[in-house]
Write a protein that binds this ligand. Sequence first.
Ligand SMILES: Cc1cc2nc3c(=O)[nH]c(=O)nc-3n(C[C@H](O)[C@H](O)[C@H](O)COP(=O)(O)OP(=O)(O)OC[C@H]3O[C@@H](n4cnc5c(N)ncnc54)[C@H](O)[C@@H]3O)c2cc1C
Ligand SMILES: NC(=O)c1ccc[n+]([C@@H]2O[C@H](COP(=O)([O-])OP(=O)(O)OC[C@H]3O[C@@H](n4cnc5c(N)ncnc54)[C@H](OP(=O)(O)O)[C@@H]3O)[C@@H](O)[C@H]2O)c1
Length: 582
Amino acid sequence: MNPVPFIPETAPFTPEQRAWLNGFLAGLHSSAPAEPAPAGSKNAEPLLILFGSQTGTAEGLAKKVAKESQPRGFAPKVLALNDFETANLAAAAKTVIISSTWGDGEPPDNAVNFWNWLNAESAPRLENLQFAVLGLGDKNYSDFCGASKKFDARLEALGAKRLVSRGECDADYEAAAKNWIDGLWEKLGATTHLSTAAAGTGQLAPDKPPGFNKENPFPARLLKNILLNQPGSSKEVRHYEISLAGSGLTYEAGDALGVVPVNCPELVDDLLAALKCKGDEPVKIDGTAMSLREAFTRHFDITRPTQDLITVAGERGFANGLSPLLAPDRRDDLKRWIFGRDVLDVIGLLPAPMPFTELQPLLRKLSPRLYSISSSPKAHPGEVHLTVSAVRYESHGRPRKGVASTFLADRVGDAEFVNVFVQASHGFRPPTSGDSPMIMVGPGTGIAPFRAFLEDRAATGAKGRNWLFFGDQKRSADFLYAEQLGCWQKSGLLTRLDLAFSRDQPEKVYVQDRMLENATEFWSWLEDGAYFYVCGDASRMAKDVDAALHKIIETAGGKSPDEAKAYVAKLKSDKRYQRDVY
Ligand SMILES: Cc1cc2nc3c(=O)[nH]c(=O)nc-3n(C[C@H](O)[C@H](O)[C@H](O)COP(=O)(O)OP(=O)(O)OC[C@H]3O[C@@H](n4cnc5c(N)ncnc54)[C@H](O)[C@@H]3O)c2cc1C
Ligand SMILES: NC(=O)c1ccc[n+]([C@@H]2O[C@H](COP(=O)([O-])OP(=O)(O)OC[C@H]3O[C@@H](n4cnc5c(N)ncnc54)[C@H](OP(=O)(O)O)[C@@H]3O)[C@@H](O)[C@H]2O)c1
């Protein structure tokens, strides 16, 4: 047999494109009996893959596991946890659960109903179930991977057998997730059906050519950068228009755009100076050689100090006040200490410059930021619009800038590109029927996806009623998209627009106050089958809006608190209560 042809490292392809081409060549070359077992073939073993995903990352990993499982002889089924028919869990055999964590160690929205079912006293024994749990989280939060810990412990308590230990992934999750998934295949001894050619190269032949995605983002042109606030505002919210021409990328209203940011060059200079480096020192990132300046500019997160860096700085035992905060019972104090400090602040505490070779493994990778898309492709073919609040603040005597939001605002020159990818929504979508009423609550930048929803409905001529609650600080300065919303009111597309400008009067008025003032009508919309959407701040607004929704159901709907909870659970399982909160 001839040797398997392969694409050399020097060929002008991204690693992903090279992997695909190698896999393709290997697939072409392999003999018929070594072909991967097709999903659903007679010998394929069922593999249930359930995900709880708020931003789509866990869903993406679930699909990756499914794809990798097929040539290994499995017939995968991928579902959001809430979409799984719980009664079938006791009879399921091998099950993988991949979940992110939301809020204070809670499961994401599309896993909450499943979680409540699993925790109920009536939950069945699950002795026949073999499970594996992978958690996604962020070490900056105290209950790191809290939701996956709870899933793992509860399944064990119900008698299910663990296939492999629970995996944990921090914000730059790719390598940890890959290791855990590889460990899963090892445990399952599932390489028997793998094509010999693909097994030899460690690569699977993907089923479609490479497109632009998170691993291979599209270098896009920024067409417009428009400040939406008026003089007198304390905010800087900008409207961006980005060209997707030539990318082949498509999206739908409800999707998000991933932006791969570039760090601020002044901050890179300051960090290099603090390390006594010139910037031309050679480093290797994932096997690619580059200068230290390039690595700090494009590859490392140089704003958020990692726990590892903090620990190293604290353990050195200088009089920096940090060491006592490393004690396990001082977690909250440490969190307060970290808030508003960056890598440069921590490096500044060291008595002597840290060699960059020591710093490098203590940094995490610079991660892309997601933005809810604020345009409909039906209204703006080949373009994607964003509505982004620039993060700027002063801390410990230095001005600070959010990496991605100020990269878009300040640093994308005419000759520069913005590397982007589309993150498909995990179900945050306008109703399938154009006749269904929509109620949308989107204060601040939370308006973004609702501009897209409304543009979508305008483009398709959907007849359903639309009710938007918008709020921000001052009407005169912060009424985002006022003109467009006004036109939609006039045209009748926007049936109702209720506004809550919090700082136009002595007492705060928020969107949930407007909901409660209109409880009777709100309830009648719900009873007419309205879909209820919330977008924006997760930490306070979304919780208060949820409480207001329960209150409306109790007061206007005449339900008890328990009945209101059941009503909301039903709205969620019917996909009539959807949130895009951050
Ligand atoms: C699904 C999704 C959709 C989103 N959609 C939008 C959108 O449509 N529009 C939008 O603007 N954003 C949106 N975001 C948020 C967005 O992804 C970024 O988190 C945001 O732009 C900040 O990123 P950054 O890189 O500019 O800031 P970063 O460099 O990440 O800095 C932000 C961090 O700075 C710190 N910080 C901020 N203010 C202060 C302060 N005053 N004092 C001390 N520390 C502070 C906080 O730790 C904060 O987490 C969305 C997020 C998600 C997950
Ligand atoms: N992760 C990040 O780095 C990052 C970056 C940018 C934005 N965000 C998130 O995105 C959210 C949106 O930011 P934004 O600037 O567009 O708008 P915002 O800060 O949410 O403000 C919009 C309006 O909501 C009001 N509000 C405050 N608390 C509320 C509550 N509990 N319930 C209802 N409304 C409330 C504000 O009023 P007052 O201000 O007068 O109280 C303001 O009128 C932020 O709150 C933040 O959580 C995150």
